[in-house]
Write a protein of this length. Structure first.
Length: 212
């Protein structure tokens, strides 16, 4: 009964927010000679800056942004800005979801901004339009995808979407206080390591591991 209630909640949340949750679905590739491959579990020598730079140069990041990620400020202002972290917030997050922000300032990274689309300028906007989450392990694991069809639509209550760190207007400070509320696979518990694979509408794909 509890499982049916949870799935019904997820379906309703998706309808309200544009979040798409697909489960179960295995999407990962084992690490091989393909530079676009993504590890299933966190490697012992994991370096998200090096990994995302290499993968970006192989095609995961638009060519127009390669000069930035390969430049002297590439780590802090460009790749680091796109890496996920779990913020310390005093906000109730619905069960089965996780708060994610991008560009951890405690690591010296620049916070990731967000911007709405502007059809008059043929501008698509700047936000993460999808996030894949799976438990980081070598064997099969359920994956969940959350998709975001626009920004800055606020979602509150028991729904997925966006919230604001510190409260206030989500558009203030170029949207850097935006919290993405993303769906978790079933069975995730405190202490688990998750693989986050996400796509910035403007700057391409980024991968990292976080511990809940």
């Amino acid at each position: 009964m509890e499982e049916l209630k949870r799935r019904e909640f997820l379906k309703q949340a998706c309808k309200l927010t544009g979040c798409l949750i697909i489960m179960p679905l295995a999407t990962s590739c084992k690490v091989n000679n393909n530079p676009l491959s993504i590890p299933l579990s966190k490697p012992s020598d994991w370096n998200p800056i090096d990994f995302n730079r290499k993968r970006g140069n192989a095609g995961a990041i638009p060519t127009s942004y390669l000069k930035d990620i390969n430049g002297p400020d590439g780590e802090k202002k460009h790749i680091g800005k796109h890496l996920p972290y779990i913020p310390e917030i005093d906000i109730d997050i619905p069960k089965g979801f996780i708060p994610i922000m991008w560009g951890d300032p405690s690591k010296g990274y620049i916070p990731h901004p967000n911007a709405p689309a502007d059809k008059t300028k043929n501008y698509e906007g700047h936000w993460y339009n999808w996030i894949w989450i799976r438990k980081a392990r070598e064997r099969w694991a359920e994956s969940c995808q959350s998709t975001y069809s626009g920004w800055p639509q606020i979602m509150t209550g028991d729904t997925a979407g966006y919230m604001v760190s510190g409260g206030g207007d989500i558009t203030d400070k170029k949207g850097v206080n935006t919290i993405y509320i993303a769906a978790l696979p079933e069975g995730i518990k405190k202490g688990d390591t998750l693989r986050i694979w996400a796509h910035c509408l403007t700057h391409g794909e980024y991968v990292d591991f976080i511990r809940v």
